[in-house]
Design a protein around this ligand. Structure first.
Ligand code: AMP
Ligand code: MG
Length: 413
């Protein structure tokens, strides 16, 4: 087994062999949460035409110099322009057209005066008989209450960048620009294998010495949160044949990544490494990390493989540190880590390994205060329910005084 490796080194080694997945074209209606594979450039102006941002009157601003409540300027109403209708009647000197929000500005007009600044009183059924003239009670300037063509998006502008996780507003932009389909990065398919003779699946009665397989469901959830497609395989018992069979089965699902939990330590029944060495290549890394056992990383018939420790908290922490960046890279997403600065509220001792300690966070005088969740047993899954984050104690640090500032990986970003 190799010497102690830093967490950063391990992450870099993993990432050096992970590639972004190819893209695919999908219908826009299915694209929420998917990752944009390429920049989107506006091919047209949005809005496509200058239009009114108010219900009111399209005017020539030069006509209204000095207009006021005391001295209204009277204009002849020559047209009535509802949204969706294009008027070809040029507004001449002393003329105006009634106009609705979103309607194209008629030729000749350069501004809109909202109805509240006129003497017009509109009623529901006056569309047929628009008043012959209107008194304008306020002066205006060119461009007032007009949304210019391209005000929102200009033709040629990059409006969305590759790597964007599509949100509703991003989809709205694509629809506005006339797209019906969008090119996204294919979702990583992740095969998940739980190993261990002590495991029974969800809903099954527990025999003596048995526990339920929670890891498969936790890992599947983590995969889904990152935009991957989890493929949960049945539990593999601690027999060479069972483990081998499960990995072969995983390969038939054509995964982009394979994750197993447990079975990679030096315990007598740890068979995962034997099987991976048969089917591909495996490195066992002793990462300078707590919690965490040896991390198994390798390739099975070319598919990247992670063998995570079986203890539920270790599973989650090693997933977060090593699998997450790999998945983000495959999914074409930026590899960012949600961190915040926190103040540690009490004196603490550590063993010098890079430690991820479950903490709750509270705000006090504008600072975030981190407090241990209590037991840091790597089997205590409930501590991950309670925790707001993982306090990062850097390698080499054995003593942390109360009031020390450290970073925390946020679990509820
Ligand atoms: P191992 O890595 O096989 O030594 O397992 C370490 C610990 O994690 C043991 O206490 C196992 O019972 C527990 N464990 C292993 N796999 C799972 C699982 N799928 N769900 C919950 N706990 C597990
Ligand atoms: Mg085991």
């Amino acid at each position: 087994m190799s010497e102690l490796m830093s967490v950063d080194d391990a992450v870099q080694r993993v990432l050096s062999r992970i590639r972004a997945l190819p893209s695919e074209e999908i219908g826009l209606v299915d694209a929420l949460g998917r990752v944009l594979a390429e920049d989107v450039i506006a091919e047209e102006n949005i809005p496509p035409f200058a239009n009114s941002s108010m219900d009111g009157y399209a005017v020539r601003s030069a006509d209204l110099a000095g207009a006021s409540w005391e001295h209204p300027v009277r204009l002849a109403v020559v047209d009535d322009i509802a949204a969706g209708r294009v008027s070809d009647r040029t507004i001449g000197a002393g003329e105006t057209a009634r106009i609705m929000t979103g309607a194209p500005l008629p030729p000749g007009a350069d501004a809109v005066v909202q109805v509240e600044l006129t003497d017009a009183t509109w009623t529901r059924d006056d569309t047929a008989s628009v008043m012959a003239s209107v008194g304008i009670l306020h002066s205006t300037s060119t461009g007032d209450n007009v949304r210019e063509a391209g005000e929102d998006m200009r033709a040629g502008q990059v409006v969305l960048h590759a790597g964007t996780v599509l949100r509703p507003q991003d989809m709205g932009v694509l629809v506005s620009l006339g797209h019906t389909h969008v090119r996204v990065v294919r979702q990583p398919r992740v095969a998940i294998i739980a190993t261990g003779d002590e495991l029974v699946d969800m809903g099954q009665p527990l025999g003596p010495g048995q526990i339920r397989n929670s890891n498969s469901y936790v890992v599947a959830g983590l995969v889904e949160q990152l935009g991957g497609v989890p493929i949960r395989l049945p539990i593999a018992g601690d027999q060479l044949d069972a483990v081998r069979e499960r990995f072969v089965e995983a390969l038939t699902a054509q995964p982009d990544l394979i994750i197993s939990t447990a079975g990679v330590s030096v315990g007598a029944h740890d068979l995962v490494r034997t099987v991976i060495e048969e089917l591909g290549e495996l490195s066992l890394w002793r990462v300078n990390l707590r919690p965490g056992k040896p991390l198994a990383y390798g390739h099975v018939r070319g598919v990247p493989f992670f063998g995570l420790p079986g203890n539920p908290v270790s599973t989650m922490v090693t997933f977060d540190l090593f699998v997450r960046p790999a998945l983000l890279k495959q999914a074409g997403r930026p590899i960012t880590v949600p961190v915040a600065k926190v103040i540690v509220n009490e004196e603490m001792e550590f063993d010098g390994r890079e430690t991820y300690m479950r903490v709750t966070l509270r705000e006090q005088d504008g600072a975030l205060i981190a407090e241990t969740t209590g037991t840091q047993s790597s089997g205590a899954l409930l501590s991950m329910v309670v925790a707001d984050g993982l306090l990062i104690v850097p390698a080499g640090v054995k003593h942390v005084a109360a009031g020390t500032e450290l970073s925390v990986r946020l679990l509820r970003a």
